[in-house]
Design a protein around this ligand. Structure first.
Ligand code: NAG
Ligand code: NAG
Ligand code: NAG
Ligand code: NAG
Ligand code: NAG
Length: 885
């Protein structure tokens, strides 16, 4: 047997803790009579039908089916000859895992950094009729736990580990080592208080070898819950040939580390009073720990009230060495725990002896003992973002491979098709994803772009459709993408082209009949219209909230205008008119200018309409370099004035912010006016909240908060960074566009107004523009326009984001969203206001805070509203709360 050289254990490496009864005993002896709390227990009977459960006859703990904890394996009953009615129900059935090298159970909702006991039970019972009990390994997450060696069909084998759980989930994995099919009968998880088992820390766990209760009169009774509040199993140990049993009915107290009273109430002493108590255990080496280290906890308490000068005093030795320099004198009805801090190592057998000192009038006594081997729990799993991305990929494409447990660790069990980097300074990272010929269909998931350490991405020979996402170009280490042999369409996006040109990326894309790389692509008619959702929001001339005299007047005025909207009179241009003689005050533009013919080519003769509005239509298109764009062409009958149109051009060419939709170019060719924008594939926020995308899966609260924050940042930029300051004037959910990563950008600047000078505080306009439901009261009433009008509109947007409701609710009668939310919040009822489609998946404090911000934004008086800078700060805090959840 391979062993490290035996070494002499120095007495110093042993640590004896004597709990002194004198000081603490009075308090500690008291133990409540009520049932200990079993909160946090997870008790699983593996292999019973899905959704079934029962209450265990002995512990009265509820046991549930394992179906919710694993998605692998199949259920079996043990063979009839092994059905023993006196046996726990757990052993009548099991789940076996014939298909995978590693199969895992996921136990969730744990407290990260806390100590847990996990116990797995196994009884083979010849369930497969092969009469061949298997040997396999158990892993706790990415750390080896133990080898399960089933030596007989009717033997119940138990594996227990005590460890600190790093995350809020823990995986228990069965690993096939080529010696039979892994199976499991039961799995328990029990939270422990941190003061128990001080030898357990973040990098060291304890695997149970034995937990013995000395001397119970009924040798079949295992002490468990509720006698042990942690539901540890204390198995009886008696040896009438050598030991005599003593017991008490009095409670035996002790510190948290002490064995429960029911265990401590029985003990043994040597039958022959002049002898020692001797017991031993054999080392159980395995491949990972050929010379395991052992730690033991010995529990002793005096059960006899000793008369006069009677003394009981003894030394403990292990393999002939003193365990601790001082003798142990047990205390009456109070437990001392003698425990190791450092493991004993290097022997294949450990002999423990308790022998009386010369002064002792009584023989030694022992009530309970626990022996553990030590394992390392220092291995850490793959970086969390990589795990979540690859898990998303697994789910999206229903990947059928050995994709179970941690993707990279341990190395030998890394997922097929992945390779990883194993840097000692951090967690493993996924560096290669090879899903060639893996039957993938659908579009290329954005999760690939979240595998930030990927160098090589092979998706060749699948059935992938849609376009190549440009975000892949942002993976810093990516140097090869192989997309050969799919059904991709569109062009090579510009970011990827750039990386190809600078030599940092190789793209293989052959054998994709609909893909082209020169921008002359025909847009494919096969694409479903929902995939092509690109919107440029439509400015809608608004009619103002009913109810004020001014508004009535306005409505009358509007009628006179025969519902035709006049160009804005007296509006000062954003910039002095340029001198380039185009007659429309169009300044020099940095952006690219397109001819009408070019637009025809870009949009393939204006083939696909993405949206229509008062100004004309928006078309899908591709530039020569493959960049997908949206082309907004002003129609002759447009109700957007040429001036509004040009305002938008001028503004957009000057402002650049990641949360403002960017203008790629424009066209002013004869009477043709058009704008070419970046493509926003996820459409408008309005559609995401209430429109056609409504059922495509609701946005999560975190996504909503992020979108709100990003929109707020875009507006803040507009208000603060833009000189002269700008007011958007038409902030609404249909003017917030989302790209493939759900990043929000403010769009539609047709109504944007700039203050002439920095010290202007407001501008007056001669007509109300904007959208019903979003207009600030002062603007609707008196046409007074400030940044605070945008803040008001943003408040409405934020309320929509929280509630999923439109700005004006129709039922039972028209009510503004502000009123609707105020009513609910006044009742303290936030859940009633929050969009039910988030299914409660939010931090309540973050929602309250966001609602509070929204209501402040929608204050009647502009001065009471926060600035966008305040709003951004508040929303950042909300997001912090949510992310800390
Ligand atoms: C196991 O036995 C029970 C009752 O005898 C039966 O209902 C169940 O279908 C069996 N399960 C399997 C997997 O054979
Ligand atoms: C399993 O246990 C048996 C009996 O103790 C032993 O002979 C065998 O070598 C063990 N197998 C493994 C793989 O440890
Ligand atoms: C333990 O005790 C047994 C029997 O007394 C003896 O044969 C063995 O050598 C001892 N082992 C050690 C490591 O002292
Ligand atoms: C044993 O008793 C003697 C005399 O009472 C005392 O000196 C000695 O310290 C005692 N030994 C122990 C180990 O308590
Ligand atoms: C990728 O996977 C395919 C199919 O499994 C295999 O033929 C190919 O060699 C792999 N490529 C690399 C670079 O590992």
């Amino acid at each position: 047997m391979a062993r490290s050289t035996p070494r002499t254990m120095a007495a110093r490496s042993w640590l004896l803790q004597l709990v002194l009864a004198a000081a603490a005993g009075g308090v500690l002896r008291v133990r409540g009579q009520g049932l200990p709390d079993s909160t946090g227990f997870v008790s699983i009977d593996c292999g019973i039908p899905e959704k079934s459960s029962y209450v265990d006859g002995v512990t009265k703990l509820p046991y549930v089916s394992d179906a919710g904890f694993t998605d692998a394996g199949s259920n079996h009953n043990v063979s009839a000859e092994y059905i023993n009615p006196s046996c726990s129900k757990r052993y009548l059935n099991l789940r076996s895992f014939p298909d995978a090298a590693r199969s895992c159970y996921t136990l969730g909702s744990l407290a990260p950094g806390s100590k847990y006991l996990l116990r797995a039970t196994f009884m083979y019972g010849n369930y497969d009729g092969l009469s061949r009990p298997p040997v396999f390994d158990l892993h706790l997450g990415v750390n080896f736990w133990t080898t399960v060696n089933i030596t007989a069909a009717d033997l119940a084998v138990l594996a227990e580990v005590i460890a600190i759980v790093r995350d809020d989930v823990v995986l228990v994995c069965l690993v096939n080592t080529g010696s039979g099919t892994p199976f499991i009968s039961g799995l328990d998880l029990r939270p422990l208080t941190s003061t128990l088992y001080p030898q357990v820390n973040a990098t060291q766990g304890l695997v149970l070898l034995a937990r013995r209760n000395f001397g119970p009169s009924d040798s079949t009774v295992v002490v468990r819950y509720p006698d042990d509040p942690y539901d540890r199993a204390w198995t009886p140990w008696s040896n009438p040939a050598e030991w005599s049993e003593i017991s008490t009915t009095e409670k035996v107290g002790g510190t948290a580390m002490a064995a429960p009273s029911a265990v401590m109430q029985t003990a043994i002493t040597p039958l022959n009073a002049s002898k020692n108590i001797d017991f031993s255990w054999d080392a159980v080496p395995n491949q990972v720990y050929p010379a395991p280290g052992y730690i033991s906890n010995v529990h002793v308490a005096e059960l006899r009230s000793l008369a006069g000068n009677a003394t009981r005093q003894f030394y403990l030795t292990i393999n002939g060495k003193l365990w601790y320099g001082l003798p142990e004198t047990p205390h009456y009805l109070f437990t001392d725990v003698i425990y190791d801090r450092e493991p004993h190592q290097g022997f294949n057998q450990y002999n423990v002896s308790l022998n009386a000192t010369a002064n002792s009038t009584l023989p030694p006594i022992i009530n309970a003992v626990e022996v553990f081997s030590v394992i390392s729990t220092a291995n850490i799993g793959t970086e969390a973002q990589d795990v979540s991305a690859i898990t998303g990929i697994k789910a999206k494409y229903q990947v059928k491979k050995n994709w179970m447990g941690d993707p990279c660790a341990p190395k030998a069990l890394a997922w097929d098709g992945l390779s990883c980097s194993y840097d000692i300074s951090g967690p493993p990272r996924i560096t290669t994803v090879n899903l060639s010929s893996s039957g993938l269909s659908g579009d290329i998931s954005f999760y690939f772009a979240k595998l930030k350490a990927t160098q090589y991405l092979n998706l060749s020979h699948n059935k992938l459709t849609g376009s190549i996402p440009d975000v892949l170009s942002q993976l810093p280490s990516l140097n090869v993408i192989d997309l050969t042999g799919n059904q991709l369409n569109g062009s090579i996006p510009s970011g990827i082209l750039k990386r190809i040109q600078d030599g940092s990326l190789k793209l293989r894309y052959g054998d994709n009949p609909n893909l082209c790389n020169d921008g002359s692509c025909k847009s494919t008619k096969k694409m479903s219209s929902s995939m092509l959702a690109v919107y440029i929001a439509v400015p809608v001339v608004a009619f103002v909230v009913v109810g004020t005299l001014v508004l009535l007047l306005f409505l009358m005025r509007k009628k006179k205008a025969k519902s035709c909207v006049k160009p804005l009179n007296g509006v000062r241009d954003v910039q002095p008119r340029s001198q380039n003689g185009n007659g429309h005050g169009l300044p020099q533009l940095e952006n690219r200018r397109f001819t009408y013919r070019e637009l025809e080519a870009i949009t393939n003769n204006f083939q696909r309409v993405l949206g229509r509005g008062g100004f004309g239509s928006v078309y899908d298109g591709f530039l020569k370099d493959g960049t997908q764009v949206a082309v907004k062409l002003r129609s002759q009958s447009s109700n957007q004035s040429v001036r509004e149109f040009l305002t938008e051009v001028q503004t957009l060419t000057k402002i650049h912010h990641k949360n403002i939709v960017s203008l790629i170019g424009y066209c002013k060719d004869g009477e043709f006016l058009a704008l070419v924008y970046e493509h926003m594939s996820e459409g408008t926020l309005e559609d995401k909240l209430r429109g056609r995308d409504r059922n495509a899966g609701s946005l999560t609260w975190r996504q909503r908060l992020r979108i709100a924050l990003e929109s707020a940042q875009g507006l803040e930029y507009l208000h603060k960074a833009c000189r002269p300051a700008c007011v958007h004037r038409d902030v609404k959910t249909s003017n917030i566009l989302l790209n493939a990563d759900l990043e929000a950008k403010i769009a539609d600047f047709g109504l944007l107004k700039a203050f002439q000078r920095d010290d202007d505080t407001h501008v007056s306009t001669d007509r109300v523009v904007g959208t019903h439901g979003y207009l600030a009261p002062e603007y609707a009433a008196a046409l007074q326009l400030t940044e605070k009008s945008d803040v008001y509109s943003f408040g409405i947007v934020l309320l929509e984001v929280i509630t999923g409701q439109p700005p004006i609710l129709r039922c039972p009668e028209p009510t503004s969203i502000v009123q609707w939310v105020r009513q609910r919040l006044a009742r303290g009822d936030i859940d009633d206001a929050v969009d039910a489609r988030m299914r409660g998946g939010y931090d309540v404090n973050a929602v309250w805070k966001a609602a509070d911000v929204a209501l402040k934004c929608t204050a009647q008086a502009p001065a009471q509203r926060p600035t966008m800078t305040d709003v951004v700060a508040q929303l950042q805090e909300c997001l912090g709360l949510e992310e800390g959840r």
